[in-house]
Write a protein that binds this ligand. Structure first.
Ligand code: BGC
Length: 736
C-alpha cells in the first residue's frame, strides 16, 4: 500500500512537471523526488556527518532511516560501497549518499601545499595537480572535496596561510579558478572528477593576531576588494559548492549572515550551488552569543540560506520543529534539499550510485607512476631559490664528501603537511633519500641530525658539535631546516615565525666551519629568515613539497632542474611588520628609514620585508629589455599593448615569471602603490630572448568606488614590469 502511494505521488508530480516544457530532465527528476519526501527525509538530506570508523554497520540505522545526506572523512571505495548499499537498499527512497573529503593537495599522492603550488605561478600545472587529486579521490569513492581554500591572507602567523594562494588577489583568483577547473574537469559526472567546494566564505584569512578561529573585522571595501574576488573567480569557473567561514562579516557570523550569503553570494555573485556550514558552525552561533539556543541558531542559518549542516545535526533535529511551529516554511526546506539533490545529480549519483567504487580502478589510480612523476614536477616548479651566492648551487653530483645535516633531513610526514589526506608517511621520499639517489656512487655522504625538534623548545644542542664535525669533514653541507607538519595548518597559529628550537643556533655553528652551506627549508608559511640568509651561501625554499619532495629537492640541488618559483607572499624580517604585503595603499608620509621621524616607518627596524612578493632567483640570469608601450593614451573601449624582451644570459635553461603591476596615480579612493595585473611564464634556453606581452584594457583599471560598485576614472596610471614586486621598470599612460 505504502509503495503504491509513493508511486502515485511520484506520477502526479512528474506529470505536473511535464506540463512545464522548460524544465530540464534533472529538474523534473528532482521535483519528482522532493514530491515524495517527508519532512524528516528532507532534513536528512541536509545532514552531513563525519565518519572515520571501521565498521559501517554502526551507520546502518540512521542511514536506513534516511537521516544522512552526506558523509565526510570516509575510508576508501570498498567501505563507501558498503555504506552506499545501505542508503540505496535500506532507506525508503534509496537516495544515494554523497561522500565528501578534505582533498586539499592530493588524496594519496600528496602534492606540495597550496601556498607552495602558488609559488609556481603555473596555472596549467596547478590545474593538473588538482585534477590528479580529484582523479585519486574519485577513484577512492569521493564525490566532493572541501577545496580550494581561497582565503587571501597577509599574516604568516596564521597556520592556514599554507592552504591558499598567498596574499595577492589577482594571483589568488587565477589560482582559485585553475583549481576549480582541475577538480571538476569538464564533466562532473565522470568518475575521475569531484565537485569542488570553495571556502571559507568569506574573509577567514583576515583573522587577527594569527590565532585560528579568532575574530576579524574589515571594511566592506576590503571585503569587495580583497576577500571576494577569488570566490567570484571560483563561481565564474563553475564551482559546485561553497563553505561558510567560522568567522564573521560586519560582526555577523557567516553562517547566520543573510547579507553575505543571500545578497552578496547568491544575488550579486550569482552562485546557485550547494552552500554548507563549516564544522558545527550552527551551534557555534550560541557560543559566539548571537543566538540564545540551538533552535534559534538553526533558524538563523536556514534563514541566511545555508543548505547543508556539517556535523552538528541541528538541521536534522530542529528543522522539523521549526516547520511545525510555522517559523520555517517547507518551501525553504525544499530549496535547500534541491541544492543537495542537484549536487548529487550532477556528480552522477542518480545514474549509478556505485560508479565511484571500482576497487580495481582505485588500486590502479592511487599513487600511480604518472601521478608521482607529475607531482614531482609540481614540487620542483613550486620551489623558490632565495639566495645563491657564488653559484653555490647546483652542487656537483660527484662531490667527494657531502654532509647532510638537520632535524628535517630525514623527515617524511613533515613533507606532506597538515592536510595530508590519505598520504602515507612511508611513501614519501625524504630529502636525505633523494640526495642518496642523485649522488654519485663514489661520493661519501655524512649525516648528522644537528638538533632535536621538541615542540618549540630549544632542544638537542648537544648534537651540534657532532654536526659541526660532519661539516668539517665535508666539501659542502646541505642543512635541512623547517617546521613539523602540525605546527602549521588548521589550529597552527604561532606567535613567532622564527625557525623553532635550536635550528638557528645549529646553522650559525655550521657556518663558522667556512664550508659552503646550502639550506633547504621545509615549511608551510613564511619564516623570518635573516639568520638563515646570514649563515648560508644558498637557500632553497622547498615548502612542504609532498610525496616526491625529497627527489624534487635533490634534483634541484644537483642541477637536474633549475628552480624558478617566485614568492606568492611577502617574507617579513620581523613579526612586528605583520600584516605586511606589497600592495598597501598609498599614504601621505613616505616609507623611509632614516633620520626623519615623520615617516611611515619603524624607528628600530627596516620597513622593507626580507623577501618581497614575487621574488625568486634561478641558476641562470635574465636581462630585461626596455618596456614597449603601443600607445601612452588608452581610450575606454580600446586597448594598448605593453611588451618587454627578456633574455636568458646564463648557461642553463630556465623559466622566468615576468610580472605586470599597475598603479592608479590619482583616484577618488586611496589605491594601492601597485597591484599585480598580469604575469607570463617564459621558458628560455641559454642565450634565448622572448617577449612577454600584455594587453591593457580599461577594464583592468576598474576599482571599487565609494559606493562599493566597480568604477572607473580617467587619468594617469603607472605600469611596472619586472622580476618581482620590488624589482621593476615603470612607464606612465593615461586613460582618456
Ligand atoms: C575546517 C574546514 C574543513 C572542515 C572539514 C573545518 O574545521 O575549517 O576547512 O573542510 O573542518 O574537515
Amino acid at each position: 500500500m505504502k509503495n503504491i502511494l509513493i508511486l502515485l505521488t511520484a506520477f502526479i508530480c512528474i506529470s505536473s512537471c511535464n506540463t512545464s516544457q522548460s524544465k530540464s530532465e534533472m529538474d523534473q527528476f528532482i521535483d519528482g523526488l522532493i514530491g515524495k519526501m517527508t519532512i524528516e527525509e528532507k532534513v536528512g538530506q541536509l545532514n552531513l556527518i563525519p565518519y572515520e570508523g571501521n565498521t559501517p554497520e554502526e551507520l546502518k540505522d540512521i542511514i536506513a532511516a534516511g537521516k544522512v545526506g552526506a558523509i565526510l572523512k570516509s575510508n576508501g571505495a570498498a567501505q563507501n560501497r558498503i555504506i552506499q548499499e545501505m542508503a540505496v537498499k535500506e532507506s525508503r527512497l534509496g537516495i544515494p549518499i554523497m561522500f565528501q573529503e578534505d582533498v586539499i593537495h592530493g588524496y594519496r599522492t600528496i602534492a606540495p601545499v597550496p601556498l607552495a603550488e602558488a609559488a609556481s605561478w603555473d596555472l596549467k600545472l596547478i590545474q593538473q595537480s588538482a585534477a590528479i587529486a580529484a582523479q585519486e579521490a574519485a577513484a577512492a569513492g569521493i564525490h566532493l572535496t572541501y577545496a580550494p581554500m581561497v582565503d587571501i591572507c597577509r599574516d604568516p602567523r596564521w597556520g592556514r596561510i599554507l592552504e591558499a594562494g598567498g596574499e595577492d588577489v589577482f594571483l589568488g583568483s587565477k589560482i582559485a579558478a585553475a583549481r576549480v577547473k582541475g577538480f571538476q574537469g569538464t564533466d562532473l559526472a565522470s568518475t575521475s572528477t569531484v565537485m569542488a567546494c570553495v571556502k571559507h566564505f568569506a574573509g577567514y584569512g583576515a583573522i587577527l593576531a594569527g590565532r585560528d578561529y579568532n575574530i576579524q573585522d574589515f571594511s566592506d571595501r576590503e571585503l569587495y576588494e580583497t576577500y571576494l574576488p577569488p570566490f567570484q573567480a571560483a563561481v565564474d569557473a563553475g564551482v559546485g559548492s561553497v563553505m561558510c567561514a567560522y568567522t564573521s562579516v560586519n560582526a555577523i557570523p557567516a553562517t547566520a549572515n543573510k547579507y553575505l550569503l543571500h545578497d552578496i553570494l547568491r544575488n550579486e555573485m550569482g552562485f546557485d550551488g550547494l552552500l554548507m556550514t563549516d564544522w558545527s558552525t550552527i551551534p557555534n552561533l550560541v557560543k559566539i552569543g548571537v543566538a540564545k539556543n540551538d533552535t534559534l541558531a538553526t533558524l538563523m542559518a536556514i534563514n541566511a540560506g545555508v543548505d547543508m549542516d556539517m556535523t552538528s545535526e541541528k538541521y536534522l533535529e530542529l528543522l522539523p520543529v521549526l516547520v511545525k511551529k510555522g517559523l520555517v516554511s517547507e518551501a525553504e526546506i525544499n530549496n535547500a534539499v534541491r541544492k543537495v539533490l542537484v549536487a548529487k545529480y550532477k556528480v552522477g549519483l542518480f545514474s549509478d550510485p556505485y560508479a565511484y567504487f571500482d576497487i580495481e580502478n582505485e588500486n590502479a589510480t592511487l599513487l600511480s607512476a604518472d601521478n608521482i612523476e607529475k607531482t614531482k614536477l609540481m614540487a620542483q616548479k613550486s620551489m623558490v631559490l632565495l639566495k645563491n651566492d657564488h653559484q653555490t648551487l647546483p652542487l656537483n653530483a660527484t662531490i667527494k664528501t657531502l654532509a647532510v645535516i638537520g632535524p628535517f633531513a630525514k623527515s617524511k610526514k613533515d613533507l606532506m603537511g597538515w592536510w595530508a589526506c590519505k598520504g602515507i608517511e612511508n611513501e614519501v621520499t625524504s630529502v636525505y633519500e633523494g640526495i642518496l639517489s642523485e649522488l654519485s656512487q663514489k661520493s661519501k655522504i655524512i649525516y648528522a641530525e644537528g638538533c632535536i625538534i621538541d615542540s618549540f623548545r630549544i632542544s638537542g644542542t648537544n648534537l651540534i658539535p657532532a654536526a659541526v664535525k660532519a661539516a668539517q669533514m665535508a666539501d659542502a653541507v646541505v642543512v635541512v631546516l623547517g617546521e613539523e607538519y602540525w605546527m602549521s595548518g588548521e589550529g597552527g597559529g604561532t606567535a613567532s615565525i622564527r625557525l623553532p628550537g635550536a635550528q638557528e643556533q645549529l646553522l650559525e655553528a655550521l657556518s663558522k666551519t667556512g664550508k659552503p652551506i646550502v639550506t633547504v627549508l621545509i615549511n608551510g608559511r613564511p619564516y623570518i629568515l635573516d639568520k638563515v640568509v646570514e649563515n648560508s651561501q644558498a637557500v632553497l625554499e622547498a615548502w612542504m613539497p609532498g610525496t616526491t619532495g625529497g627527489n624534487a629537492v635533490a634534483e634541484i640541488l644537483f642541477g637536474k632542474f633549475n628552480p624558478g618559483g617566485k614568492l606568492p607572499v611577502t617574507f617579513p624580517i620581523h613579526e612586528g611588520q605583520i600584516p605586511i604585503y606589497y600592495n598597501y595603499r598609498q599614504t601621505s608620509h613616505p616609507f623611509y628609514t632614516g633620520p626623519d621621524r615623520y615617516t611611515n616607518s619603524y624607528r628600530d627596524i627596516q620597513h622593507e620585508p626580507l623577501f618581497p612578493f614575487g621574488f625568486g632567483l634561478s641558476y641562470t640570469t635574465y636581462e630585461y629589455g626596455k618596456i614597449n608601450l603601443s600607445n601612452s593614451k588608452l581610450a575606454e573601449n580600446d586597448s594598448i599593448m605593453v611588451s618587454i624582451e627578456v633574455k636568458n644570459t646564463g648557461q642553463l635553461a630556465g623559466t622566468e615569471i615576468v610580472q605586470l603591476y599597475l598603479r592608479d596615480n590619482v583616484c577618488s579612493v586611496t589605491r594601492p602603490v601597485k597591484e599585480l595585473k598580469g604575469f607570463e611564464l617564459l621558458d628560455l634556453l641559454p642565450g634565448q630572448s622572448k617577449t612577454a606581452s600584455f594587453t591593457i584594457k580599461a577594464d583592468m583599471l576598474k576599482f571599487i568606488g565609494a559606493d562599493l560598485k566597480p568604477s572607473i576614472e580617467k587619468g594617469d596610471f603607472t605600469l611596472y614590469i619586472g622580476a618581482s614586486s620590488a624589482n621593476v621598470q615603470e612607464l606612465s599612460f593615461s586613460l582618456e
